[in-house]
Design a protein around this ligand. Sequence first.
Ligand code: EPZ
Length: 437
Amino acid sequence: MSNTFVIKGLGGERKLHGIVRVTGAKNAALKAIASTVLFRDTVTLTNIPEISDTLRMFDLLKDMGAEVIKTRKGAYTVSIEKGFAPELTPGIAKRMRASVVVTGPVLARYGKVSFPHPGGCVIGARPLDLFVSGFEKMGAKVSIKDDSYVVTAKGGLKGAEIFLKNQSVTVTETFMMAGVLAKGTTVIKNSAMEPEIADLAEFLNKCGAKISGAGTPTITIKGGKFLSGKGHPYKTMPDRIEAGSFLVLGALSARELHITNCNPEHLESPIDILRSAGVGIEIKKNEIIVRAPSVLRPVDIKTHEYPGFPTDLQAPMTVLLTQADGESTVFETIFEGRLNYTESLSAMGANITMMDPHRALVRGKTELKGRKLTSPDLRAGLAFVISAIVAKGESVIHNVDTTIDRGYEDVETRLRAIGVDIERAKMVPEETPESAV
Ligand code: EPZ
């Protein structure tokens, strides 16, 4: 049995209305949880989204020996106890790619760490070479034993200059955290510039770290001192991917949708693209108001590292393009497996031609019809929810617990409040791809 969403579509009508509140960002919260290993005392984390990925990250730290206490919804304290073991539990780490960011702080604190090749959404090759070469530059030795990476740094990590051949988010975060406890200065060049990285650096700096340049391509970390969480609770920034997905939903189906508790500054590229498609968008300080136009214009999208168009919004935006009048192109530059879901959109009636694994041609406007769907990953999962809302008739989306629940907190309640006919049910899935976890 898997958790399933049953959605009755609007058949293209634009009648959603109301307020939808954005939660804390998954990809910021996960790194803040990992950063607790850098602290000599208890850390308080707030506005943590209650999703399966954050719960799994807490489980990983608990399994290694941390004390994690939930004080209220979205609020936790974490203390790293004596006897904390620098080994990532394979059972948990293999199921979540983001677990790899724990390796930086653990190696920096204990001089060793072991971890399996992490799992996560199957959206491309997702290698670990930049982690391995970065650890080596900081003076560690990396070996592979029984399917696990074993990394040791006798005498501790040393600051180093690390150039990233690809602007990787988790690699940047891992070495920014490792640099905090390493001896000397670490410089990360060609670092990723996603807002979650600057958010993490700001929190760590409040707690005693010396990080400059986070949010730019060069980050400098002066290391060597444990951090203290006393008087500095962490508050997770708003989830820009969730906000962007609601924006797309509003652009397709809303009379008027208010997206609250978000930071519009983090959504410049998606807002710009939606406006060129003819979508009416009003921006306030922490709120975006969106109205679906009667006609959507075609646009070409190309994913890019921040501040470019985010790969995590590529699938929802492609759903929008199926409703635009004319030909649009989608160019996924970051992950080669991230257009696989288009086959299901075609089965719903979309006219999508794959040019190669990175490029798709979308011809609109096409009427979408409700279908049984199984999502290949979490972001495509939400894109299916959006396509099901737009479609005519009923759609059934399987494997919600291994995809959508990983990243969106109680999304059905929030969608119901703006007029979506969505129910959660337990059903036997059509097919349960092992890879979906
Ligand atoms: C982060 O993944 C996010 N995950 C992803 O969100 C997001 O899609 C991605 O960044 C891009 O924005 C988290 O923050 C937990 P990358 P990450 O390393 O860090 C190459 C979601 O749905 N690379 O930035 O794993 C890699 O192949 C997810 O929330 C190497 O070459 O992605 C890719 O081409 C999925 N060697 C590029 O870097 C390495 O050792 C960017 O990937 C590591 C990565």
